[in-house]
Ligand binder design. Structure first.
Ligand code: MSP
Length: 505
C-alpha cells in the first residue's frame, strides 16, 4: 500500500522550534509505523519561502531575500537531521519545478472558470498571511490587522460551500480528530463563505500569476501546491500513485487552509482530495503558544535533544500530548517522565535480562514453546494484545495511547521477571524457559516501540541478537535461539536540573 505523508512546509523566516518539531515527529512516527506493515511510505516536508512576511523579515535584516530563505531552509533541514527525523523529500517553494507546478495548478482553476479579477479592500494579518473579514487585531498573533486595498484575482470559493459540506459529512475520516471536523463543518454551515483573494500586487516575492505578471500568487495557494509538486508534475506517475493516499499532518492554526481552501482548490482542479488531514493542538509555554513571534516561548529542540536524546524528546511528546489537545511544556515533568519510562522501566529491564542470560547461559541457549507454563503464555498473550491496542490507537490517531501501551508492555515484562524471580530458580530447564519467555517478549516489545523510540529499539535488538528492521508480523513469532550481547545503557538517568534554554537566552 502506498502512503504519502506530509508535514506543513514551514515558513523560512525563523529557526525551527518545538512546535514545528512536534508535528514533524508525529508524521515521522507514522512513517515508521506504516513501514512496519511493509507499506510503501513517502514522507515530505519542506519550507514555505514566499510571501510578504518573509520578504519583510529579510528586508529588516538587510539580507538578500534568496540568501535569507536558503539559510533558513537549510536550518530546518539541519534540525531534522540533528533530531534524527527522517524525510524522503524536502520541498522548497522557491524551486523552479515547484513554481511550474504552481502555475499549472492555477491554470487548471482558471480553465474551470473559477478565477476572476476584482479588488480586495479589507484586513490582513501578515504573520498568518491570512485575510480577515472584521476585527482590530489578529486573534493568534495579537497584532493589529493591516488594511489592504489592491487589485486581485479571486477564487470562487463560495461556489464550493455545498460540495465541501457534503464531502466532509460523508467522509468521517477526512479531518481528524472529530472536534476539528466539527469545527470546519460549523464554519461552513454557519459562516458566510466569501470568494478568496488569491493574488497580490503589493509584493513581488512570489510565483507570478500565469498571464498577469503584475500579480504574484497568494502565498497559501503556492504553499499548498507544494504537497503535489513534491511528487512531480500534476500528471506524473508519482502524483497518480501516491496522491490519493495523502495524509496531511498539520497544527490547528492552519485548519481552515487545509480543511476548506485546499479541498476546494483540488475540487476545482479536478484532482482527488487527500485521504486525511490530521490536526494537532498547540504546545505552549506558560500558557502561551510556542511561536517565533513570541521569544518568551522559544525552546530550542536541539538543546532539549542534547539533554534527553532524540528518542527521549520523541517519546516524551508523542506520549504526553493527548493527540489533538494543547500541552504546556514542563521541563521538570519531561525529566521525571523519561527517567521513569526509559531509565527505570525499559533500561533496567533490558540490562537485567542481558546480565541474567550472560551469567547463566553465556553462549546462549535454545528453547521451544513446549515447556511454557500458563503464566508464561499470559505474558506473551499480553504482548499480542498490546499490538492490537496499538494498531487500534494508531488507526484512530491515539498516538499517546499507543505510546503508553508500549511503555506499559515494558512494565508488564518487568512484572513478570519480578514475579518469576529467575535469580531464585534452581532448575536449569525452568530458568531456560523463563528467560526464553522474556527474550520472546522483549523481541515483540522492540516492534511495538519501533515508531516511538527507533534508535533505542535498534540497540535493544542488537542486545537480543536480532538483526534487520522489524516487521509488525514478527510479533508473536517464536524464536528458538536466544543469544545476547552487552549493549550500552539504553537511557542514562538524567540527574539534577537541565538547562533547556537555547544559547544566547
Ligand atoms: N507555511 C505555513 C504552512 C504551509 S503548509 C502548506 C505555516 N508555517 S509555520 O512555520 O507557521 O508552521 C505551522 C505549523 O507548525 C503548524 O501548523 C503546526 O503544525 C506547527 N506548529 C507551529 N507552532 C506550534 C505549536 N506551538 N504547537 C504545535 N504545533 C505548532 O503555517
Amino acid at each position: 500500500m502506498k502512503r504519502y505523508l506530509t508535514t506543513p512546509i514551514y515558513y523560512a523566516n525563523g529557526a525551527p522550534h518545538l512546535g514545528h518539531v512536534y508535528t514533524t515527529l508525529v508524521a515521522d512516527c507514522y512513517r515508521h509505523y506504516y513501514r512496519l506493515a511493509d507499506d510503501d511510505v513517502m514522507l515530505i516536508t519542506g519550507t514555505d519561502e514566499h510571501g510578504q512576511k518573509i520578504e519583510r523579515t529579510a528586508l529588516a535584516r538587510g539580507i538578500p531575500i534568496d540568501a535569507f530563505v536558503r539559510e533558513r531552509s537549510d536550518e530546518f533541514r539541519r534540525t531534522w537531521r540533528a533530531l534524527g527525523i527522517g524525510f524522503d523529500r524536502f520541498e522548497r517553494t522557491t524551486g523552479d519545478a515547484h513554481k511550474m507546478v504552481a502555475r499549472a495548478f492555477w491554470q487548471k482553476l482558471a480553465e474551470r472558470g473559477d478565477i476572476y479579477k476584482g479588488r480586495y479592500d479589507g484586513l490582513y494579518c501578515v504573520e498568518c498571511e491570512q485575510y480577515f473579514a472584521s476585527g482590530d487585531e489578529c486573534p493568534v498573533h495579537r497584532r493589529p490587522l493591516e488594511l489592504f486595498s489592491e487589485p486581485t484575482w479571486f477564487f470562487r470559493l463560495s461556489a464550493y460551500r455545498e460540495r465541501l459540506i457534503e464531502y466532509i459529512r460523508s467522509h468521517a475520516e477526512f479531518i481528524r480528530p472529530a472536534p476539528r471536523r466539527n469545527e470546519v463543518l460549523s464554519l461552513l454551515e454557519n459562516d458566510v463563505l466569501n470568494d478568496l483573494s488569491i493574488s497580490r500586487t503589493s509584493t513581488r516575492w512570489g510565483v507570478p500569476v500565469p498571464g498577469d505578471d503584475e500579480h504574484v500568487m497568494y502565498v497559501w495557494i503556492d504553499a499548498l501546491v507544494s504537497y503535489l509538486s513534491a511528487l512531480g508534475d500534476l500528471d506524473s506517475v508519482a502524483v497518480n500513485e501516491y496522491w490519493p493516499g495523502a495524509i496531511h499532518f498539520i497544527g490547528k492554526d492552519i485548519l481552515v487552509f487545509h480543511g476548506i481552501y485546499w479541498p476546494a482548490f483540488l475540487m476545482s482542479a479536478g484532482l482527488p482530495l487527500p485521504e486525511s488531514i490530521i490536526v494537532n493542538g498547540w504546545l505552549t509555554v506558560e500558557g502561551r503558544k510556542i511561536s517565533k513571534s513570541d521569544p518568551r516561548t522559544i525552546v530550542d529542540p536541539v538543546t532539549v535533544a542534547q539533554t534527553v536524546g532524540n528518542d527521549g524528546l520523541r517519546l516524551y511528546f508523542l506520549k504526553t500530548v493527548t493527540f489533538g489537545r494543547d500541552l504546556d511544556f514542563d521541563r521538570t515533568h519531561l525529566v521525571r517522565s523519561l527517567n521513569a519510562d526509559l531509565a527505570n522501566n525499559l533500561g533496567n529491564l533490558v540490562s537485567r535480562f542481558i546480565a541474567l542470560v550472560e551469567k547463566h547461559f553465556p553462549g546462549g541457549f535454545e528453547c521451544s514453546a513446549a515447556s511454557l507454563a500458563p503464566g508464561d503464555r499470559g505474558l506473551l498473550n499480553k504482548l499480542r494484545e498490546s499490538a492490537t491496542t496499538i494498531e487500534n490507537a494508531m488507526a484512530g490517531v491515539g498516538v499517546a495511547q499507543a505510546a503508553r501501551c508500549f511503555i506499559d508492555s515494558a512494565a508488564a515484562i518487568n512484572a513478570y521477571i519480578q514475579e518469576k524471580e529467575p535469580w531464585r530458580i534452581d532448575d536449569p530447564e525452568r530458568l531456560r524457559t523463563v528467560l526464553w519467555v522474556v527474550h520472546q517478549a522483549l523481541s515483540d516489545l522492540t516492534v511495538l516501540g519501533w515508531c516511538f523510540v527507533p534508535r533505542i529499539m535498534k540497540t535493544v535488538r542488537e542486545g537480543l541478537g536480532l538483526t534487520g528492521t522489524p516487521r509488525w508480523s514478527d510479533i508473536g513469532v517464536f524464536r528458538r535461539n536466544v543469544r545476547v550481547s552487552r549493549i550500552p545503557a539504553v537511557f542514562p538517568r538524567i540527574e539534577g536540573e537541565v538547562d533547556l534554554k537555547p544559547a544566547g537566552h
